[in-house]
Design a binder for this molecule. Sequence first.
Ligand SMILES: [Mg+2]
Length: 108
Amino acid sequence: MMTIEDAQNRVDQWIKEYGVRYFDIKTNMIVLTEEVGEMARVIARKYGEQSAKKDEILDLEDEIADVLWVLICIANQSNIDLTKALEKTINKKTIRDSQRHKNNSKIL
Ligand SMILES: [Mg+2]
């Protein structure tokens, strides 16, 4: 089983072994946007009203992993510990939103 820390280390090792170096953060931000767009395309075709083009492959798992990959690259090159960051976000959301969604009649 791969932890978030393992994932950050695996991506870092891969970049050092095969990627030469991280793309600069601005390039990675653009690549992240591109990958999010590819993920959106799959969702639009699979779950939305768009139809797939002839022979188009719609692989949501692959596109989500691409997004995660670039996100991890950006975290690594910014010295961000994603485990700590996610814990902080979960706590923030719990404090801020613990009742918000339960009281949202639109989703009940
Ligand atoms: Mg992709």
